[in-house]
Write a protein that binds this ligand. Structure first.
Ligand code: F55
Length: 822
């Protein structure tokens, strides 16, 4: 605002009020009398943006002046959620803004509800990227996130007659105040075409890629405000457009006919996020999406490097670090090679040395169906030059590295090759990542061990120091400070206000874990959070639940390995016990689910249907006297998680051991005082270590026991015939008890667990899961015991601050220097 001194960017309430009204009138073109909530929200965002932009400029000036090494975080997904409350908190403006708006007759929390979630991700992987860029800015590291500017994020889920329906998500239909288009940084991206080998008179040889088409990449910048507000980094998301520099000759030579369709195809690239979380899609468009955002990002990185260093690439690897968030951005490796070789004229060894130093790769899954492989023919058609480069990377790797360790061993060469031979030859992106990166990390201790021992054992033998662990974390700013304000201020009182930066300080709360008065305060905050959620549940589903009950929450993507079906089996068993004995001794429980299924994942959708059908029957059965309720919350997303997590008593983390790489919801729930019922899988192991296993309900087979049981030949019928409760519950699926008049509608779940072989050992873990639930029930009925455990869980989650994860990346992989912005 004009009235403010240029150097002073702090803001008081009156200035903020004036600024909001100013923007309401001159940016939104309306006035106080007739403005909608939506306009007030946008005016507020515009006022906040004055602060954001000033700090963004200062950050960029500082980074440019200091010319320090920066991390470039490449990810096909950034699951940002909403930004308003987050930005206000990180700028320390939340309270002031709340008061300013109240004086204007408005409610900040209501205005925040106007914002659509930025759902540009599927789940954990995308949300991790969002937490990481928050932490990078908070710790003042020079960093930029690169991704895709999807027009439609993850589908909106509606539930119709119990079934999931996918609807398009149009998050920016009416504009988004947090993004800035940067036409000055547009890029041109080639695709298709052919490679020509050109010989010069001096005998040297050059490769020229004649692209079949060119796509324009338009960057949209989302400022990423660090906590404390001094560093504002950017998240740069690329949008595809048809290029006006279209090469009609090549186009015609390529034999294409329908130019309008081709134009539409260009704009299709960033249209929609693929909604598959743990299965690889193998579709041409997906490969193009990956190449498109990687190529745009590499060009952007090059442009910035050359602006400071010209064409001297000797310092490139000391200035640039690139992190690959799973294999989705792998094509950045051959792309950087191509640019260095074909455009900058480096020789192979120089180019490879740079690539190898620059790239690092994070693995997020061991599931075989999630490991990306691209058909060679597809690669050849879309990216002919890259395929050549990949062949050469592979040839050198096999003949130099593999041959040195296993001379003459063709079987091992076939296994480690980037190219999978067979009816359809394929490019294995995981192998390319490992070969082209100087570090490879898993996301929790046990997962990183399995990455080395089971997924890439031979690579670990070649490069033992390449593999490392960085346990995931979550930002305590969003996942405690902003989403659970009452608990946050209680912690302010006990340990001071530094905990959002130093989450380990919460251990200072441990001394209060036995204090009755503190326990009361803690549990009454939980109670109020639950009462708020009761209203949300009523509004969203029409279901009445009582805050007296235990709120038992499973929120995550739907997948067999995450075992929502195990939770459901147990709910049905409880229901049966209650029907058999209406006085069955248990504290009332509300089981709450939030989950989206990949649209093509039939069984996952059947499980959602089953949960909803069981919910209908259970919730309307007067015989069980409200002891059991089941709620499926539609359209699970970041902003809904922010309402569910502070209200949870029990956190369901029940994946088959060895399958959940880490989990991050487990961390958020425990941080907010939920007790974990969980297997010894992923980060659950580390959570139990921190909190103490006696304060969690750990159950089930361990990783080694799962392996052993599978090796022996697991037979689910042993459990079906050996356990009458399991048999009764599974047989229930075949009846019409939950789907009156339509028997068999739920049978696919039983079939998967019996005929399908129960791949994820749900039946094997059922008994132990049921016992763990009994233990939780008994604990809950001792309010002081429960309060103590809940407090201990929350107070010991300091390790799972994403700032710690980022510092681990910096120490082990990125070697960045923190760069304070004035
Ligand atoms: C998205 C697209 C594809 Cl093609 C494959 C996977 C995904 C995806 O969303 N994966 C994912 O979320 N993985 C999860 O990553 C988290 C962060 O590391 C882990 O905590 C979690 O265990 C893992 O499943």
């Amino acid at each position: 605002m004009a009235s403010k001194k240029k150097t002073d960017i702090a803001l008081d309430k009156e200035q903020l009020k004036a600024s909001i009204v100013h923007h309401l009138r001159s940016t939104l073109g309306t006035c106080e009398e007739k403005a909608s909530q939506e306009s007030w929200w946008k005016a507020t965002a515009a006022a906040v943006n004055e602060q954001v932009y000033e700090r963004l400029t200062r950050t960029q000036q500082t980074h440019r002046k200091q010319d320090t090494r920066a991390i470039h975080y490449l990810s096909a997904e950034f699951l940002m959620g909403r930004l308003t409350s987050n930005n206000l908190h990180n700028l320390s403006l939340y309270k002031v803004c709340d008061e300013a708006l109240r004086e204007l007759g408005l409610d900040l929390a209501d205005l925040c509800e106007c914002e659509a979630d930025m759902a540009l991700g599927n789940g954990g992987l995308g949300r991790l990227a969002a937490c990481f860029i928050d932490s990078l800015a908070t710790l003042n590291y020079p960093a930029i996130g690169y991704g895709l500017h999807y027009e439609h994020g993850l589908f909106r889920q509606e539930i119709k007659d119990g079934r999931q329906i996918e609807r398009p998500d149009s998050w920016r239909e009416y504009g988004n105040p947090w993004e800035i288009c940067r036409p000055e940084s547009v890029q041109e991206i080639p695709l298709y075409g052919y490679v020509e080998t050109v010989f010069s008179e001096d005998g040297s040889m050059k490769k020229v890629w004649h692209a079949g088409r060119k796509i324009k990449g338009v960057p949209w910048d989302i400022p990423v405000v660090g906590f404390g507000g001094s560093t504002v980094n950017i998240l740069r998301l690329w949008e595809s457009r048809a290029s006006e520099f279209f090469d009609w000759d090549v186009f015609n030579a390529g034999g294409y006919v329908d130019s309008q369709a081709e134009k539409a195809q260009a704009e299709t690239i960033s249209k929609v996020l693929y909604p598959n979380d743990e299965t690889e899609a193998g579709k041409e468009l997906r490969l193009i999406q990956q190449y498109f955002f990687c190529a745009c990002s590499i060009k952007d990185i090059m442009r910035r490097y050359k602006r400071a260093h010209g064409s001297d690439f000797s310092t490139f690897a000391s200035q640039v670090a690139i992190q690959l968030n799973d294999t989705h951005p792998t094509v950045a490796i051959p792309e950087l090679m191509r640019v260095l070789l074909d455009e900058e004229g480096l020789n192979w060894d120089q180019a490879w040395e740079i690539c190898y130093q620059v790239f690092a790769y994070t693995n997020h899954t061991l599931l075989p169906e999630a490991l990306e492989k691209w058909a060679v023919y597809l690669f050849e058609r879309v990216l002919p030059r890259h395929l050549e480069i990949i062949y050469e990377i592979n040839r050198r790797f096999l003949s130099e590295k593999v041959e040195a360790v296993w001379p003459g061993d063709d079987a091992i060469k076939a296994k480690l090759s980037i190219i999978e031979e067979g009816d359809q030859r394929k490019v294995r992106m995981g192998n390319l990542c490992v070969i082209g990166s100087n570090k490879v990390n898993g996301v929790a201790e046990v997962h990183s061990r399995l990455v080395q021992e089971d997924l890439f054992p031979e690579f670990a033998q070649i490069w033992p120091n390449k593999f490392c662990n960085v346990t995931n974390g979550v930002t305590p700013r969003r996942w405690l400070l902003a989403c659970n304000p009452e608990l946050a201020s209680l912690y302010d009182e006990v340990v001071g206000k530094e905990w959002p930066l130093k989450l380990d300080l919460l251990r200072g709360v441990l001394k209060m874990a036995d204090d009755k008065a503190f326990q009361k305060q803690f549990m009454s905050i939980k109670r109020r959070n639950k009462e708020k959620l009761v209203k949300v549940i009523k509004a969203e589903t029409g279901i009445d639940v009582s805050a007296e009950a235990i709120f038992d929450i499973q929120i995550k993507r739907l997948h067999e390995y995450k075992r929502q079906q195990l939770n459901l089996l147990h709910i049905m068993a409880l229901y049966r016990r209650l029907l058999a004995d209406p006085d069955y001794d248990m504290h009332p429980r509300v089981f709450i689910f939030g989950s989206k299924a990949a649209p093509g994942y039939k069984l996952a959708k059947d499980i959602i249907y089953a949960i909803n059908k069981v919910a209908e029957r259970v919730n309307s059965d007067a015989r069980i006297k409200d002891k059991l309720k089941v709620v499926f919350m539609p359209n699970y997303r970041v902003s809904l998680a922010e309402k569910l997590i502070p209200a949870a008593d029990v956190s369901e983390q029940i994946s088959t051991a060895g399958y959940e790489a880490s989990g991050t919801g487990n961390m958020k729930l425990a941080l907010n005082g939920a007790l974990t019922i969980g297997t010894l899988d992923g980060a659950n192991i580390e959570i139990a270590e921190e909190a103490g296993e006696e304060h969690c309900a750990i159950f089930g087979l361990t990783v080694d026991e799962v392996k052993a049981m599978k090796a022996r030949g697991y037979n689910p019928y042993d459990f079906y015939y050996g356990n009458s409760e399991i048999k009764a519950v599974l047989d229930w699926f075949d009846t019409d008890y939950f789907t009156p008049g339509r028997p068999g509608e739920l049978s696919s779940i039983k079939r998967a667990l019996l005929e399908g072989g129960d791949t994820y050992l749900a039946l094997a873990d059922f008994d132990s899961y049921s016992e763990a639930h009994k233990k939780l029930d008994a604990w809950y009925r001792d309010p002081e015991l429960w309060a103590k455990k809940a407090i201990i869980n929350s107070a010991t989650m300091g390790k799972f601050n994403s700032d710690r994860s980022i510092q681990d990346y910096v120490d082990q992989i990125w070697s960045l220097k923190s760069c304070k912005v004035d």
